[in-house]
Design a protein around this ligand. Structure first.
Ligand SMILES: Cc1cc2nc3c(=O)[nH]c(=O)nc-3n(C[C@H](O)[C@H](O)[C@H](O)COP(=O)(O)OP(=O)(O)OC[C@H]3O[C@@H](n4cnc5c(N)ncnc54)[C@H](O)[C@@H]3O)c2cc1C
Length: 502
């Protein structure tokens, strides 16, 4: 007897494939501004398992990119901050703790609300910009490095002053408005009101110089708006809000096939998949959103994506307990090696842990992504030894882990690297998205919303109340989102230590 396969058929307005920060924020924003039925599918048992759960947790407001030749990525960070304040801070008033603050009469700039609990940590990231007498320049011996350092310093000071200093009033006609490209490119002055002097940073820099047997060199220290963010907390809040608006989430789903009508503009007719229990399903929708991070490869030819997929690997080191209570990044003339230290905290089984994440923002070549070898963490350990001393560093529980970064780039858009990417064709019923940075989620959600609006017409809905979540829904969201990867490491580490104690 032939087996008759039963397949469930489901129809919703929008299907989002991928439940990292991109998929979650798009589904949440769309649900909050429409009455569309929305479903999010993920192949992993929990959401936020991959890049969105493994990152460093650096909320980028542009500092790291302020020295780039082109200001586009810096502007993208600044714009995302504008979107965050305009589109999230009043609705998520308890959680989204960045707001415009009056720094002088009638002059407003964004700031994390001091001592607040929420998505963003109120400890800033201090950006250390070395000068010509720094060990790196001394060791390099290349005149070009020293010249480039000076150019980079001018850009960093100028762009940060324009955006966050005393040049631009972010409050305009009751709205939060970021500076535009021409403003950040046009500012010539080197007077940066954000330059700072702090004993703990001086001590770190001094130890760094001395590790090269050098006298103290000079630095610019800039207090930035960058900070660490609670990425798991952000995803849990957004999923709670989405659940409350009827979004359904299905995890452990395997996508077998896209049924495509490629006559004229491509239309996805159905998505064939199997549920967590292996039950076949045919999903139909008005629109499909692909937000699958490093999982784009199998869909590229069906979806005829034009941009080139670029993947690279990078490693981070977790040190617990934390090495210092200051977040800092040391800018380098080599784009890749900006050593940075981030302070995070988490609660495991009622116990509170404070830990450091160390990274150097470097990525391996994409050709090597699939090869079996480890990313080199020696440069990170070497810098950490110089800043904190070997004794302190190796007295900590130390772990390293890797993460894959996925970007889409086209030749002309090289300058937009580290930025978000959204691709759709008019008359097609899908769009593809990669956020480039977790921090871009407000812009990614908003831009996708606008793109979706242009692809399928629907009635807009404006949420006027603020977010007051139901306890049961919070619990459901908490279960759906995986703990962050560093937190899992610390939990395991604490379990190992407890076993050793017994
Ligand atoms: C080392 C490193 C450090 C970083 N640090 C920072 C930082 O400090 N700050 C910052 O802002 N950004 C940072 N980033 C960038 C950031 O992590 C990513 O841009 C962002 O998390 C990507 O989100 P995503 O939703 O696109 O991808 P992901 O989080 O990877 O989500 C994709 C989801 O799609 C699902 N999926 C994949 N294939 C399928 C399929 N076939 N069917 C169904 N589901 C599927 C996966 O299970 C996953 O849940 C870092 C990246 C790396 C690599």
């Amino acid at each position: 007897m032939t087996k008759i396969e039963v397949s469930q058929i489901e129809y919703v307005d929008v299907i989002v494939i991928g439940g990292g920060i991109a998929g979650i924020s798009i589904a949440e924003f769309l649900a909050r501004h429409s009455r569309l039925s929305i479903k999010v599918l993920d192949s992993a048992p929990q959401l936020g398992t991959f890049a969105s759960g493994k990152l460093e947790g650096w909320f980028h407001t542009g500092a790291l990119y302020s020295g780039h030749d082109d200001a586009q990525t810096f502007i993208n960070c600044v714009n995302s901050l504008e979107d965050l304040i305009n589109l999230y801070s009043s609705y998520f008033s308890e959680e989204c703790n960045i707001a415009l603050t009056e720094t002088k009469p009638n002059f407003f700039t964004p700031a994390v609300i001091p001592n607040s609990k929420g998505w963003f940590n109120d400890r800033p990231v201090y950006l250390i910009h070395p000068q010509k007498n720094s060990p790196e320049i001394g060791l390099s011996g290349l005149k070009s490095d020293s010249v480039y350092l000076e150019i980079q310093r001018n850009r960093v000071l100028g762009r940060l002053e324009t955006a966050y200093g005393q040049q631009h009033n972010w409050l305009q006609n009751g709205n939060c408005v970021a500076p535009i490209y021409a403003q950040v490119e046009g500012y010539e002055g080197l007077d940066c009101s954000l330059c700072y002097s702090m004993e703990s940073i001086d001590d770190l820099c001094c130890r760094f110089d001395n590790s090269y047997s050098l006298e103290n060199s000079s630095y610019e220290v800039i207090k930035t708006l960058d900070c660490s963010m609670n990425t798991t907390g952000i995803m849990r809040t957004l999923v709670t809000s989405a659940l409350e608006r009827g979004v359904t989430f299905e995890t452990g789903v395997t996508i077998d096939k896209l049924l495509i009508d490629s006559y004229g503009k491509i239309q996805i007719k159905s998505l064939l998949c199997r549920t967590q229990n292996g039950f076949p399903k045919r999903l139909k929708a008005r629109l499909f959103v692909f937000a699958v991070g490093k999982g784009f490869e199998p869909f590229l030819s069906d979806l005829q994506v034009l941009a080139k997929l670029k993947r690279s690997r990078s490693a981070m080191v977790v040190a617990q307990p934390a090495l210092t209570d200051t977040n800092f990044v040391r800018m380098s003339t080599k784009r890749k090696f900006h050593f940075n230290h981030f302070l995070h905290n988490c609660e495991v089984g009622g116990e509170k842990f404070v830990y450091s994440i160390l990274a150097d923002s470097s990525y391996t070549n994409d050709d090597l992504v699939n090869q079996e070898y480890e990313v080199d963490i020696e440069p990170i350990l070497d810098s950490a030894e110089r800043y904190f001393g070997k004794d302190k560093l190796y007295s900590r529980n130390l772990f390293s882990y890797e993460c894959v970064k996925t970007e889409f780039i086209s030749q002309e858009e090289q300058k937009r690297r580290y930025s978000y990417w959204i691709e759709s064709n008019p008359n097609s019923n899908y769009l593809c998205v990669l956020p480039g940075k977790f921090s871009f989620f407000p812009t990614v959600a908003f831009q996708c919303y606008r793109r979706i609006k242009s692809l399928i017409n629907f009635e807009e809905y404006v949420e006027k109340t603020t977010f007051v979540p139901d306890v049961k829904v919070i619990e459901e969201a908490n279960k759906l989102i995986a703990d962050s990867y560093p937190m899992k490491i610390i939990r395991n580490c604490s379990a190992i230590n407890n076993n050793l104690n017994f």
